[in-house]
Design a protein around this ligand. Sequence first.
Ligand SMILES: [Mn+2]
Length: 301
Amino acid sequence: MIYCFGHGFPYTDIDSLTSSILLEHYYKKSGYEAEAVYVNQSSLRESTIEIFKLSGLDMPRLITPEELLREDVEFAMVDHNDVMESFGQYQIDKEVLICVDHHTIQGNLKAKEIRFRKVGATATLIAEMCFDKNIALNDMLARAAVLGIISDTMGLKNVKASDADRKMVDTLYEKYDIGISFEELSEKTVSQVLIKNMTIERILTNSLREYAGGKVGIAQLFALNDDYKHKIDEIKKAAWDTKYDLYIFAFHIQKENKSVVYYFDKKYNIFPAYEEYHRMISRSKDLLPHVLTQLKLRSTY
Ligand SMILES: [Mn+2]
């Protein structure tokens, strides 16, 4: 049995859920037993469940920590490459069968096979894997793949969207009866992640990842316009109350091609309150290395 995991600590997302289901399909059609699963019950936001329902598919199955210890299972990771975002939270250290991801690969991954490409969504990569092996999807899986792509690229509108994602959306609409137009599916999905429609709590945990043993939290949001400015005071106030010693929020503002980074440094006293970059930076390639280097150099975390 192959368990297919998306990320689940602290949260899962639509690309993770749909990608794990697509990988389950890929393995089953290749003659293996496989199951899309998740490990953290509190990783599912209401808004994520609402959007996922548009696929018409069943959720991946919530598994118990005991099931993680079964000796007859192999693990596959999608949409993340740090095991601490999934089964690693249960002190399990195991080489995974495959990791399929579009996030920059971090050093600590042990995998028999890594499929990494900088595209907008992991769903694109797994749908490609299926087509490369002549594995057909079905209408619902195709819609789920479109949903994954829409969700990670804000309807193919943010900078992460690549030609591979656009091409995959076209292919999926050509080959399958998606049952709902791309525009309508985008509108339903993207409206949930527009700053004006989000609560402060939801904004502060958007795309949140934890580092340094959970002491550092970095959230980020791709803003299509400068809507965020209306909420920035509220955001800044609430951001001091997260559980992290160091909480960081990055806004990537597409319209102005810049990133602004707010630091809420309750412990180390080494970060400025605010930094502005005159380009859009990457959390994994720019921000995280900078932050971890500063912490190593200047404190004893
Ligand atoms: Mn993703």
